[in-house]
Design a protein around this ligand. Structure first.
Ligand code: ZN
Ligand code: ZN
Length: 309
């Protein structure tokens, strides 16, 4: 049996936000307001990832929200318009293996040699003890062939509330299957990229971890989480070639492995709370997507089917 890592072991999943902005860059709310608002929404942890402005500070510790250190960095192609590579980095606490300083501000990269010009910054992020994930591929107007070769990402955004609300972009795992079908093990991350109050609290990760920074970073890196805009996933595993999912009541469940035939099951009289599906042939991976009655999605991370001994 192969069980997705978010659903192994004991303990609850933690709700977290991995990408948002405050008045430390171009966000509308102050750091204090942003953290407090997430506390009110039941978040366990949050990273303030202001543009090119590294942050360790928890500006509202009384909120009960654990602060994950981080920032967002970027590079722009030289062909005019919006065409860029953005990346969120998150890392350990200050003095515990994180090579960045408070307010450290790497320059925006000029991508004169395409993605290759961005690789040194990702390498620096990794050398400084941080994890990195690739941001809003659709909004950046940067197709897979331009970012797939960057080394060092543990994941990519599959939902971005700001892009979804403002532009109708980055709403359902753009390009993720293309990456996965090539055998790259990038995990899918839902974020808000919240710049204003109405963006916050719409897309988040649910992580199987203890409520401390090292445990959360380790769980993210190993894929022990799922992403959601509302629905809850309780279990997801494959046994004897049959995929099983258990979840909060939803209207739609679809298993995905990158190509036809992907089964999509829609609720009839009653909402769906589980589904079993015999996988039609030995695909490399399977993941599951749910849609609830309000149209909100949740996405599991993939189970890699060739891992079964
Ligand atoms: Zn961005
Ligand atoms: Zn952002």
């Amino acid at each position: 049996m192969l069980r997705q890592a978010a659903f192994t072991g004991e303990g609850k999943l933690l709700k977290g936000g991995l990408h948002c902005h405050t008045t430390r860059s171009d966000g509308k709310l102050s750091p204090e307001e942003t953290i407090r608002y997430h506390g009110q929404m039941g978040y366990d942890f949050l990273a303030l990832t202001d543009h090119r402005n590294y942050n360790f500070n928890n500006y509202a510790p009384e909120s009960g929200v654990l602060l994950i250190p981080g920032m967002e960095v970027d590079g722009s192609f030289q062909d005019g318009g919006i065409h860029c590579l953005h990346t969120v980095c998150i890392g350990p606490e200050q003095g515990k293996g994180n090579g960045f300083a408070q307010d450290e501000s790497p320059a925006s990269v000029r991508l004169t040699e395409g993605y290759k010009s961005f690789q040194p910054l990702i390498d620096e992020i990794r050398q400084k003890g941080n994890l990195a994930f690739y941001c809003h591929p659709e909004w950046s107007a940067t197709p897979t062939r331009e970012f797939e070769s960057i080394q060092g990402y543990f994941g990519m955004e599959i939902w971005n509330s700001g892009c979804a609300i403002e532009n109708g972009l980055d709403t359902n795992a753009a390009y993720w299957d293309e990456i996965l079908m090539q055998g790259k093990r990038w995990w899918g991350v839902a974020v808000d990229d919240g710049h204003a109050k109405e963006h916050h609290g719409k897309g988040y990760v649910m992580v199987k971890a203890e409520k401390n920074v090292p445990s959360i970073l380790s769980a993210l890196e190993s894929g022990a989480f799922y992403s959601s805009c509302g629905p809850e996933i309780y279990d997801f595993y494959v046994e004897d070639g049959v995929a099983h999912v258990r979840c909060s009541p939803v209207q739609e469940i679809a298993f995905r492995y990158g190509r036809w035939p992907c089964p999509r099951v829609v609720a009839e009289d009653q909402p769906l709370t589980h589904l079993e599906y015999k996988l039609p042939q030995p695909f490399d991976y399977v993941r599951v997507t749910l849609v609830d009655g309000q149209g909100r999605r949740a996405w599991s991370n993939p189970i890699f089917l060739k891992d079964e001994a």
